[in-house]
Design a protein around this ligand. Structure first.
Ligand SMILES: O=C(O)C(=O)[C@@H](O)CO
Ligand SMILES: [Mg+2]
Length: 264
């Protein structure tokens, strides 16, 4: 049965960030994920995570300068990218026992084409994969929809897998967020079956869900959640499914969808 991790950057915002591990644990989550944890010292978060008895299964590398959505595909930002990985993302992952780091590629700079900047992303991630392997971390690239993120470098699942193939490292994979994938390309059942197949040459390292179009709880909107969760189960997905949504009317009020999947 799918194992869900609460995204404590979008859920549990009624609590201060450090209290969200315990709030999620109280609701039966065995794991959480987060976006950018860097405002709180890693040691504080590690203590709070451990006290709550939940795993942290995913965090994001720093997004870069104000307004940026990552810098890994931005030519000229290589030094900043490497520093952010070595000084922030990997130390936080290690302190928190977090095995996955999502590296955001960023926006295609004005006047450039995707093809021009792709080598920057591939080179940065090849270098980063070696560093992450030493820390026992898998790096993820996530296609985001262009309606919420106009100009973002990576939008499609097949492009994510092309990037992972070009990097050619065992610890780089795609973060398959069904919310973004439905908006950009649809055909989710076929794509889940294709990319979660263990025989597929490039891997998915993490799944995420939210309703479309409102990015609320995975219990409404245009996707058939019963079908999708059963399919993820049938396909034998061994990983986590991040509940990365904005609660419509309070986190606890919206947890009805999770009750059949609670394991504690
Ligand atoms: O927006 C998403 O979807 C994510 O997974 C975030 O990590 C990007 O900030
Ligand atoms: Mg996501």
């Amino acid at each position: 049965m799918p194992r869900f991790a609460a995204n404590i950057s979008l859920m549990y915002t009624e609590w201060p960030f450090v209290d969200r591990f315990a709030a999620a644990a109280d609701d039966g989550f065995e794991a959480v994920e987060c976006q950018f944890p860097y405002e709180v010292p890693a040691e504080t978060l590690a203590r709070r995570r451990e006290a709550a008895g939940v795993e942290l299964v995913l965090l994001n590398a720093p997004p870069g300068p104000a307004g940026a959505r990552g810098i890994a595909a931005v030519p000229g930002q290589e030094t900043a990218f490497r520093a952010s990985l070595l000084e922030q993302a990997l130390p936080y992952a290690q302190a928190l026992g977090c095995p996955r780091v999502h590296v955001m590629s960023g926006f295609v700079p004005d006047g450039r084409e995707r093809a021009d900047v792709q080598p920057t992303l591939v080179d940065n991630l090849r270098w980063a994969a070696d560093e992450a392997a030493r820390a026992g971390v898998t790096l993820l690239v996530e296609p985001l929809n262009g309606r919420d993120n106009p100009g973002y470098f990576l939008n499609r699942q097949d492009h994510g897998h092309e990037i992972v193939a070009a990097i050619g490292a065992a610890n780089v994979a795609v973060q398959f967020d069904l919310y973004h994938a439905q908006i950009v390309e649809g055909d989710l059942s076929v794509k889940l079956a294709r990319y979660l197949d263990p025989a597929h040459p490039t891997k998915v390292g993490h799944l995420q869900v939210a309703a479309v179009p409102d990015r609320g709880e995975p219990d409404a909107g245009e996707l058939a959640w019963g079908h999708l969760f059963a399919l993820i189960d049938q396909l034998g997905w061994p990983g986590w499914v991040g509940a990365e949504y904005r609660p419509r009317a309070g986190t606890r009020a919206g947890l009805g969808w999770f009750q059949p999947w609670r394991r504690r």
